[in-house]
Design a protein around this ligand. Structure first.
Ligand code: NAI
Length: 333
């Protein structure tokens, strides 16, 4: 029986890169039946809400989803669909593997690290209020339960992938209670994993080391906001947002999506690089046990990346989104 997957193409460049990704995955031979749903602005127009309940129901049924980027209005309007989805499904771990790829330009070599970002709390709870009319307050929530859970996830991932070190980033010197609690939890969980080395680092110093010697990092676990910022920076180290996949994982399923956003500046122009979303699809195939199909796509990507003219403009080529997907499919033979 085909594996059912919830597909949320998103908006902006989402529909273009989703179509390219679905074509590539279908061509790999993976037996997947897609259940497609609109979210974000498109869903507001149709259903009056950016995240209709039928999407959550579909994800609960299928337990696996693939998602394109969804725009979030800045300063006003609806709350981020991405945040709502992660909370509704309790996808508490945001996993972003970053590895140098052959033929993708980067100032660095030998990068092979995974960012594990807490996905459910911190400043992302979005609890803000005005204090009078000239001051605003945002509340950062860090709990023992979520901190231990994400740190345990990071150590388990390290064990599963044969990785050697987990590093926790924090600002416990200043935020003694909130980040202090995160650090306390990381240290306690580390004791359960004597086979894996544990380090911790203040997040600003971590930024310096990441830029100077990114190749020495392995698994990095971070609270939500630092995880968001540092993993985007990490994507820059391996060649940019266009090549960085991601996944939101919980105990009852996973939703795979690229790190980048909906890129409204190039939407609808057949210019978007589909690679990050295809790579997220490859991570999804591995999660579902379609390893052969995942390897087939990775080999085809490697072949196509060697031919610059077959790539989108951000990768130095002159092909469109659709064409690049077609070249990957052709390379699969
Ligand atoms: P962005 O990642 O959409 O764009 C940043 C820059 O990178 C732009 O110049 C864009 O053209 C370029 N870019 C991004 N992806 C690309 C691709 N696949 N191929 C070629 N170029 C690409 O970030 P921005 O502009 O900050 O956010 C735009 C919207 O996306 C916002 O509404 C934001 O809330 C949303 N967003 C959604 C995310 C999600 O759904 N997971 C994640 C991040 C942002």
């Amino acid at each position: 029986m085909a594996q059912k997957v919830t597909l949320i193409p998103g908006d902006g460049i989402g529909p273009e890169i989703s179509a390219a990704t679905v074509e590539v995955i279908n061509a790999s031979g993976a037996d997947i039946e897609w259940e497609e749903y609109e979210a974000g602005l498109l869903a507001v127009e149709k259903y009056g809400t950016p995240l209709p309940e039928h999407i959550i129901e579909s994800l609960k049924r299928n337990k696996v989803g693939l998602k394109g980027p969804v725009s979030t209005p800045v300063g006003k309007g609806f709350r981020s669909v991405n945040v709502e989805l992660r909370l509704a499904m309790n996808f508490y771990a945001n996993v972003r593997p970053l590895k140098n790829m052959r033929h993708i330009e980067s100032r660095y070599t030998g990068i092979d690290m995974v960012f594990v970002r807490e996905n459910t709390e911190d400043l992302y709870c979005g609890i803000e209020h005005m204090v009078g009319k000239d001051a605003a307050q945002g509340i950062k929530i860090i709990t023992r339960e979520a901190s231990e859970r994400i740190c345990r996830f990071a150590f388990e991932l390290a064990r599963k992938e044969g990785r050697k070190t987990v590093l926790a980033g924090h600002k416990a010197n200043i935020l003694k209670l909130s980040d202090g609690l995160f650090l306390e939890c990381a240290r306690a969980v580390a004791k359960e994993y004597p086979d894996i080395k544990f380090e911790d680092k203040i997040v600003d110093a971590l930024c310096v080391d990441l830029v100077k010697t990114p190749e020495r990092f392995d698994v990095i676990v971070l609270p939500n906001l630092y995880g968001d910022i540092l993993s985007d920076m990490g994507a820059g180290l391996i060649g940019g947002l266009g090549v960085a996949p991601g996944a939101n994982i919980g105990d009852n399923g996973a939703l795979f999506e690229a790190i980048h956003g909906s890129a409204p500046d190039i939407a609808g122009q057949n210019k978007a690089n589909p690679l990050a979303m295809i790579l997220s699809g490859v991570e999804m195939l591995r999660y579902l046990g379609f390893s052969e199909e995942a390897n087939k796509i990775m080999q085809a990507i490697d072949t196509v990346l060697a031919q610059k003219e077959k790539l989108t403009p951000d990768l130095g080529g002159n092909s469109g989104t659709k064409e690049m997907a077609r070249y990957i499919i052709e390379a699969m033979g």
